[in-house]
Write a protein that binds this ligand. Sequence first.
Ligand code: AMP
Ligand code: GLY
Length: 420
Amino acid sequence: MKVLVIGGGAREHALCRSLSQDPAVTELHCAPGNAGIAQVATVHPVDQLDGAQVLALSQRLAADLVVVGPEAPLVAGVADPLRAAGIPVFGPSAEAAQLEGSKAFAKDVMAAAGVPTARSYVCTTPAEAAEALDAFGAPYVVKDDGLAAGKGVVVTSDRAEALAHAASCDRVVIEEYLDGPEVSLFAITDGTTVVPLQPAQDFKRALDGDEGPNTGGMGAYSPLPWAPEGLVAEVLENVLQPTVDELHRRGSTFSGLLYAGLALTSRGTRVIEFNARFGDPETQVVLARLRTPLAGVLLAAANGTLASLEPLRWDEGAAVTVVVAAEGYPAAPRSGDPIEGLEKAEAADGTVFVLHAGTRADEEGRVLSAGGRVLSVTGTGADLAQARDRAYAGVAEIRLDGSQHRTDIALKAARQQAES
Ligand code: AMP
Ligand code: GLY
């Protein structure tokens, strides 16, 4: 099977790494890729937002499966011309990707499907925003309606800051604050059958102790030893399946990866957001634990044959990933710095591996930083403590001027697991 992956971040590197280990994959391509992906796949320069370019590349390579990684090409509709040309594609249509592309659309689908989420108002004027903020009270949650790479959300008790964020966006969703721990649960779907993956937890804030601004995600781990038994089944029944069914009913069939960002509140599980693609960095830890070869699973979703897929097999152990970000991330990341220690950071037995997010190779083949999140160092082990130690041992080998990472990824969960 010839597989083409669209994108060039750590999520796509994780996808490519798993696909490269799948014996069914005879050729692996990625566009545009990055310096790390180039080690496991043939990379091609392409404007990933340009459907015609992606289609031309897929046809030239005679790809048997195209996997679209990031939200921007999905929302731009890159999957549509592929599907129209009869190429199996993993990733939803532009219409279905509105589940991520518009928070207002997602709220409408959830209301119709009876999916539990925060109460909310869509506001377009400062007066509407002020009224909505006062209706819910502090802490305030203000979300840019459109795509914002995980950075369009402000959660604050400062009313002036909340109003200022609302004023800086064309259209905002203002919603009630959800307390309780967050869980990311991914499901693979062909538009009717829904196959949940293992849950993970992401660390969204930039700094230790969940301080600082929201980011795309600074680290993740899986499994969640503290999660209630039956969580996955509950979310499948009350969130994932009804959402997929509602989109199908509307004629906007969702095929690809449905990502539910959940809050386990004192009043029950609530959806914080949907995404239309694999999460980053959660994918790094979820795929590290998936034992079923990946290509067949993605192809079954693309071809509408998920119902006949064997149950997924999972590693009983744990995985932890720590994001190494550039100085100044998320506000103004610096780039172009050389990265050293990449090989030393990896373990020969594969228990620690480095996935590239924002990197590129210069003419001499040196690896340079080229984005806010630069690397994602992943450790696996028998339990979270071991996986965590390995991931941080890897991080300690990386040399990148001014780089930053959180030191508390999976710390609490590893302690709880050790105690129980
Ligand atoms: P989103 O882009 O919608 O996932 O929001 C990013 C982050 O903001 C989430 O992971 C939460 O940590 C936080 N957040 C979003 N919505 C809420 C909410 N209603 N209540 C509390 N925190 C929220
Ligand atoms: N880790 C959060 C996201 O992928 O949106």
